[in-house]
Design a protein around this ligand. Sequence first.
Ligand code: NAD
Length: 506
Amino acid sequence: MPRMIARRNFLKTTTGLAAATTMCWPARRSLALSPNEKIGVAVIGAGSRGSSHLDAWIKDARTEVLYVCDVDSAIGHAKCSAVEEKQGRRPQLVKDMREALDDDAVNVISTATPNHWHALTGIWAMQAGKDAYIEKPVCHNIAEGSALIAAARKYGRICQVGTQRRSSQQCRQAIEFIRSGGIGEVNFARGLCYKRRKSIGPLGDYPIPEEVDFDYWSGPAPYTDPKCTRERFHYDWHWQRLYGNGDLGNQGPHQTDIARWGLGIDTHPLRVMSYGGRLGYQAERGDDSYVDGGDTANTEVSIYDYGDKCIVFETRGLEIKPSADTELNRLFQSTNGNKIGVVFYGTDGYVVEGGPGGCVAYDKDMNVIQKFEGGGADHFQNFLDACESRRMEDLNADVREGHLSAAISHLGNISYYLGENNKVQLDELRQSLEKVKSLDDNLETLERTLVHLSDNGVDLDKYLLSLGPVLEFDPESETFPNSAEATQMVSREYRDPFVCPSADRV
Ligand SMILES: NC(=O)c1ccc[n+]([C@@H]2O[C@H](COP(=O)([O-])OP(=O)(O)OC[C@H]3O[C@@H](n4cnc5c(N)ncnc54)[C@H](O)[C@@H]3O)[C@@H](O)[C@H]2O)c1
């Protein structure tokens, strides 16, 4: 493939954040490839998920991986070698993604950086005229999601979110079944992330891998004291809110997306509240004074009121024992208690996504109505197909879907963070939950959660749960009319030159 590199000297002509984000390339609306040319790809963030991206592009004869961008040069070199072996040509390794974005031979980017970099990466890429495949959650906060949508529309770019269940045939069939009345009227879905997450260790002076540029890694997040980080530098950022969004915003966006999709909800909720905590690690470590270095909840229940519909999302990071959840174990056919999935509750039955049988529809007596068994279509291929057709309608997970589903996580976390210091006795929690509008049995969900915590040795008289406020949300303006504090958390403060622009400034 001829590499017609017409560098626009993006790096040289921009001096900082503001310049970088206001600079506009002429939008190249087509892929503009010559007949024998391949789609040039830059993979940004080549950690564990980035490897799956690389494999997908190598497998697809339409593409060539031209760049691996990683701020950890050890990871970057290793991934370049792996690509060279499989692809026959070594991609270029760069630390600063803007070097790859400056290269005309790059047509599309795919990114699997930590969450706090997702939106700015996507916006820079689309401003540079590239199509973008962005991992879930598509943004680290709500304003970033809106900005991504604005950028995709303004620059005429294709932007897919990495919620690959959108391309799974069995999910698609199950959703169609629900929406065509297969289990009657459905207004309520419960998403579950019961996934064991051990303590990440205390904060401390751990060496940041010397191959990592910590300033650039931090990017749109504040630059914190490098002597006060986590034991495992990569991956465990998920549990520190400056970078990650806890499991509600990690595994969660797959299931919140399915729940919203199945219920046919095309907007944000009107009200949200969460309760929970980061609990159980003292018992895990056998030390009452132990303080884990994460600051996201490992136990969280979030209730989303959409007016006539409702989603409840339950996050559990401690060991799952079967004792707490008789009904859910039955629905998921789970003997060990583990569950990651969604239950749709219809007037005539249930659809369960995530059980051992994949997606299954049951009647009210748990007789199987239908099993949905279609294999998974390739989400990466779907993205490339849309890049070629130039029709965002061809995408299975357009950025707007990703934004609405990621926002479910962010809204739940905003209530949790605001209520973090509001530690309440169980009676107060019960009384408060009785008043919260929901299509769930709020008290039953609480009692199951409490059994789960007791199962894990959490002394509920000593370690109290935090109760977040019920927050009203305006889906149009994406603000909280009654809480300036919450509205402030819709975005964040950025540091030069890593400022993610707002939707009206992309
Ligand atoms: N769709 C899925 O099923 C799925 C599965 C796993 C992870 N993910 C998502 O993928 C993302 C990455 O997850 P992971 O487990 O690979 O994390 P990780 O921490 O293992 O890897 C992240 C990589 O990004 C690099 N990086 C950080 N900042 C960068 C920057 N500015 N430019 C270039 N590289 C940068 C890091 O050095 C690291 O190599 C997360 O957002 C996660 O939610 C999605």
